[in-house]
Design a protein. Structure first.
Length: 207
């Protein structure tokens, strides 16, 4: 009986609140990602790669990736080749991916900050376009997404990922088509800053 009383006294409302806050901070400042092939993503078993910029296996976008017609949420198909001569941020994501949802508000901020400077931002979902059309539309409204949204073809998704299927993934592409930086996963503490730095780097480079 004494043990039970002690347990009750130990877990006071204040201690419970502090514990919840501590776990929340650990989750918020850690780096997290989902596997793009697993819509039943379980945070407990998620792979947690570094959100530090990574070089992709490619140095430039291949012609098949540039010329592929990716279905758009609205308007004409999205062809990455149409953005030649512009700094481009391509983001691979999915509506069911928790880290992608955490990252989206930051991408919206970056788009507002950089679009008048010539940066184009494109979000390509890795989901099935027919099955996820409604959820993508709801997602865009929920997060006030004002940049291009569509679905990556299988070839484009696999070509960009180069075997690393974790999402979100972001690619910063220079005006001449070179891939300057690749980001895998999302960290609230570091990814937005690093994305901004990479975009600034791309903007100052000559074609």
């Amino acid at each position: 009986m004494k043990t039970e009383v002690n347990k009750v006294k130990f877990w006071t409302p204040l201690r419970l609140a502090c514990t919840v806050i501590a776990f929340g901070l650990l989750a918020a400042f850690g780096v997290s990602s989902c596997n793009s092939n697993d819509p039943s993503y379980n945070p407990a078993s998620a792979n947690r790669p570094s959100a530090t910029p990574n070089r992709t296996g490619m140095t430039t976008l291949s012609q098949p990736i540039l010329q592929a017609e990716n279905r758009a949420a609205s308007g004409a198909p999205i062809k990455l080749g149409d953005y030649s001569g512009k700094v481009l941020l391509v983001n691979l994501w999915a509506t069911w991916c928790g880290p992608c949802r955490m990252e989206t508000p930051e991408l919206v901020k970056l788009n507002k900050e950089f679009r008048d400077r010539g940066v184009e931002m494109i979000g390509l979902s890795t989901e099935d376009p027919d099955a996820s059309a409604e959820s993508v539309s709801d997602f865009m409204r929920e997060y006030n997404v004002d940049y291009q949204i569509g679905w990556a073809t299988r070839e484009v998704a696999l070509g960009l990922m180069q075997g690393r299927t974790n999402i979100p993934q972001s690619f910063i592409i220079a005006r001449d088509g070179r891939i300057i930086k690749r980001f895998i996963g999302f960290s609230p503490a570091s990814t937005p800053v690093q994305l901004r730095q990479a975009l600034e780097q791309a903007l100052v480079e000559k074609s």
